[in-house]
Design a protein. Sequence first.
Lengths: 113, 115
Amino acid sequence: DQQVKQNSPSLSVQEGRISILNCDYTNSMFDYFLWYKKYPAEGPTFLISISSIKDKNEDGRFTVFLNKSAKHLSLHIVPSQPGDSAVYFCAARIKAAGNKLTFGGGTRVLVKP
Amino acid sequence: DAGVIQSPRHEVTEMGQEVTLRCKPISGHNSLFWYRQTMMRGLELLIYFNNNVPIDDSGMPEDRFSAKMPNASFSTLKIQPSEPRDSAVYFCASSLGDRGSIEQYFGPGTRLTVT
């Protein structure tokens, strides 16, 4: 049973435009959400996070939005750059369950020059 | 400042052989995680340790898999005997855990191929 889902396996966007990645979750106990970026032959790297007490967190070109009522979060990348081409994973944590994360299946982003 | 170190980076072995994957977490991190990534199942948590103690091993697929963390700077994931369906990329990650932020830092992974 997939508690964290990324329904779009891939996304293609033109350089300079906005990339929007979506993530849905089913467990209302999740209290912290993270986005990771992964290049081929490398491990995932942490990108940005958001606590469930917030609805938005911004870091440079990256903004994460959280809609708790819809159990949905999204990552916006503006403007998109060719170096952003990678696989993006969303992840979620239940504090009471310890520090483990549950990951979505990933979305492959291709930014075209 | 070294990140998470994993060895070997690639491992090719025959079915039935024992495989040992190694991980050195970031110094000062007290939580360590082993993940497996496959096309079918994505990135799944196998086991994690806090302060060298296994906390949750519910993701370990079966008794052929075992993990140890004898000290704060070293962990192993062992598969014995290995099977072709174990072929995957295995990641180790560490975090400050209760000492601070929960962001996990991943190693480069070990690509395991069992023939």
